[in-house]
Design a binder for this molecule. Structure first.
Ligand SMILES: [Zn+2]
Ligand SMILES: [Zn+2]
Length: 347
C-alpha cells in the first residue's frame, strides 16, 4: 500500500510503498476512503508527541470500509462503512468500564501510538469497542472529520462545557476544531464570539453561526474585547488552537464562574503553559480538558448531523491526494488554514 511516512521529526515526509497491515485478533484493517489533515498531525511530525516511534505514518481522522476483520471481532464484517474516535479504548480498564473510553488507560490512537490513516489501509484495535457505523447518506469525507475535530468540539461544547441556550461562548482559534465548536455552540442556542488572526477563518465562523468576530491580528487584547462584547465575559470559552496566548486569553475573557475548556494541544513537548490562576480562584472559574469522544456516545451527534442541525460537510474546504500531504503537513505549523482538508488516499 502507499503511505505518507517520516523518518525524522520536522524533516519532509514522503510517499512510499510498504506492506499492507494485518488485523490484530480483536482488530480490523480498514480501507481508507478519506482522512482529515489536523494540527495534531503536525504536532506529531514536529516531535511533540512522546507516543510516536519512528519511522511513522500519521493520520487519525478517518472513514472507510472494513477490508479484513480479526477472528475475535463479532460486531463488524468485511464491507461495513466505519469511522473511529481518534482515541480508541481497550474496552476493559476502569475508565472504559465507566464509559469514559476517551481517557482509556490503555488507549491506542491511530497515527500516534501506531501507524495511522495517511495510507491506503489502516489497522484499528478493539474493533467491537471503537468502530462507529457511518450512516449511508454521510460521505466518507464528512465522516472522516467526525473522529477528531467535530467529535472533540461536540464533547468540549456540549458535555465538558455544558453549553446552555442564551450563553455567550468564545472560541479562540477557528481552524477545523474551532469552526466545529462555533457551529455546535450556535446550534445549541448560544451567542458565539469567534476569535482568530485570519479574516478568512472569521468569515467562515460567521457563516457557521458566530454572532461576533474578533480579529486577533488587529485587536491586541482579545480577552478585553470578549469581556466588552459580552458585558463582563463569556460563560464558556474554548482554546481551540492551543497556544500560551490563546489559552490565557480564553481564561481572561471569562465572566465570574465561567468555564474554560482546553481543546487545542499545547506546542511544547510537556504541554505546559501559564494559566492566570489568581483569576481562576477569585472568579471561581472552571478549567476543563476535552480529549475526543467515546464511540458509544456518537449517536446523539450523528442524529444532529442526520437531521441537518449540524453540518460538518460545510467544514470540508479542500480535498487532496497522498502526494500533496508532505507539503500540506508542513504548512499546518505556520498556516493551519481555515476549514478542513481531507485526503483521499486512492485518488
Ligand atoms: Zn485531529
Ligand atoms: Zn480502556
Amino acid at each position: 500500500m502507499r503511505v505518507v511516512v517520516f523518518e525524522r521529526y520536522g524533516e519532509p515526509a514522503e510517499v512510499r510503498e510498504v506492506p499492507d497491515p494485518r488485523p490484530a485478533p480483536h482488530g480490523v484493517v480498514v480501507r481508507v476512503e478519506a482522512t482529515g489533515l489536523c494540527r495534531s498531525d503536525w504536532h506529531g511530525w514536529m516531535g511533540h508527541d512522546p507516543d510516536i516511534a519512528l519511522p511513522h505514518v500519521p493520520g487519525h481522522e478517518l472513514a472507510g470500509v472494513v477490508e479484513e476483520a480479526g477472528p475475535a471481532v463479532t460486531g463488524w464484517r468485511v464491507g461495513d462503512r466505519v469511522t473511529v474516535p481518534f482515541v480508541c479504548g481497550c474496552g476493559s480498564c476502569p475508565s472504559c468500564a465507566a464509559g469514559d473510553h476517551q481517557v482509556c488507560e490503555r488507549q491506542t490512537q491511530p497515527g500516534f501510538t501506531h501507524w495511522g490513516s495517511f495510507a491506503q489501509f489502516v489497522a484499528l484495535d478493539h474493533a467491537d469497542v471503537n468502530l462507529v457505523a457511518v450512516p449511508e447518506d454521510l460521505s466518507s469525507a464528512t465522516a472522516a472529520s467526525l473522529g477528531c475535530r467535530f467529535a472533540t468540539a461536540f464533547r468540549a461544547v456540549v458535555r465538558q462545557g455544558r453549553v446552555a441556550a442564551g450563553e455567550w461562548v468564545a472560541v479562540h482559534g477557528c481552524g477545523g476544531v474551532g469552526l466545529s465548536a462555533v457551529m455546535i455552540a450556535a446550534a445549541s442556542g448560544a451567542r458565539v464570539i469567534a476569535v482568530d488572526v485570519s479574516p478568512r477563518a472569521l468569515d467562515l465562523a460567521r457563516r457557521f453561526g458566530a454572532a461576533e468576530c474578533v480579529d486577533a491580528g488587529t485587536v491586541p487584547d482579545t480577552a478585553a474585547a470578549v469581556r466588552e462584547l459580552t458585558g463582563g465575559g463569556a460563560h464558556l470559552s474554548l482554546d481551540a488552537l492551543g497556544s500560551p496566548a490563546t489559552c490565557a486569553a480564553s481564561v481572561n475573557g471569562l465572566r465570574r464562574r465561567g468555564r474554560h475548556v482546553q481543546v487545542g494541544l499545547l506546542p511544547s513537548a510537556d504541554g505546559t503553559t501559564a494559566v492566570p490562576m489568581a483569576r481562576v480562584v477569585a472568579l471561581e472559574l472552571e478549567i476543563l480538558g476535552s480529549h475526543g469522544m467515546a464511540a458509544h456516545t456518537y449517536p446523539a451527534m450523528l442524529e444532529a448531523v442526520r437531521s441537518g442541525v449540524l453540518r460538518p460537510d460545510l467544514l470540508v474546504t479542500s480535498t487532496i491526494t497522498l502526494d500533496a500531504v508532505p507539503e500540506a503537513l508542513a504548512a499546518m505549523g505556520t498556516a493551519p488554514g481555515a476549514g478542513v482538508t481531507v485526503i483521499e488516499p486512492w485518488s
